[in-house]
Design a protein around this ligand. Structure first.
Ligand code: DQA
Length: 151
């Protein structure tokens, strides 16, 4: 079975306690369960990970590129947290790995502070899901599966 990698960046391990008015009450474990359920619906295994470290995320994206080329990975669903707004290195990793990536944000970053309006990841993304709460992860998984079925 082809899998989908769901990557979470810094501070997303704090979901549930972190600014619940912005991010809701669900924990990262709840997000994992939601992703696994979405994966079952579209027939793909979910590999769900979180790191607070940019270099670890880069290494995982490189691995994802290798797995994508080998045909074992459909693509990447990526909530890079604040690295979205700062990391040219993550942009380069996604472009360099050549793996289809759907960018996800729980909150509507465009309705928040101006420093959240720019994303280094968006130009490297196959699609973007913003502002649907944690349901955005399921939408991204479904979108990645539909995109692959259409190509
Ligand atoms: C976030 C939005 C980012 O601006 C923020 O730094 C996060 C979470 C979101 O999911 O809404 O850590 O990516």
């Amino acid at each position: 079975m082809t899998s989908i990698l769901v990557l979470n960046g810094p501070n997303l391990n704090l979901l549930g306690v972190r600014e619940p008015a912005v991010y809701g009450a669900a924990t990262l474990d709840d997000v994992r369960e939601l992703c696994e359920a979405a994966g079952r619906r579209v027939g793909h295994a979910i590999d769900f990970r979180q790191s607070n470290h940019e270099g670890v995320l880069i290494d995982w994206i490189h691995e994802a590129g290798t797995a994508h080329r080998a045909g074992s990975l459909l693509g990447l669903v990526f909530n890079a947290g604040a690295y979205t707004h700062t990391s040219l290195a993550l942009h380069d990793a996604v472009k360099g790995a050549g793996v289809p990536m759907i960018e996800v944000h729980i909150s509507n970053v465009h309705a928040r502070e101006p420093f959240r309006h720019h994303s280094y990841l968006s130009p490297a993304a196959a699609g973007i899901v913003v502002g649907f709460g944690i349901d955005g992860y399921a939408l991204a998984i479904e979108g990645l599966a539909r995109r692959a079925a259409a190509t």
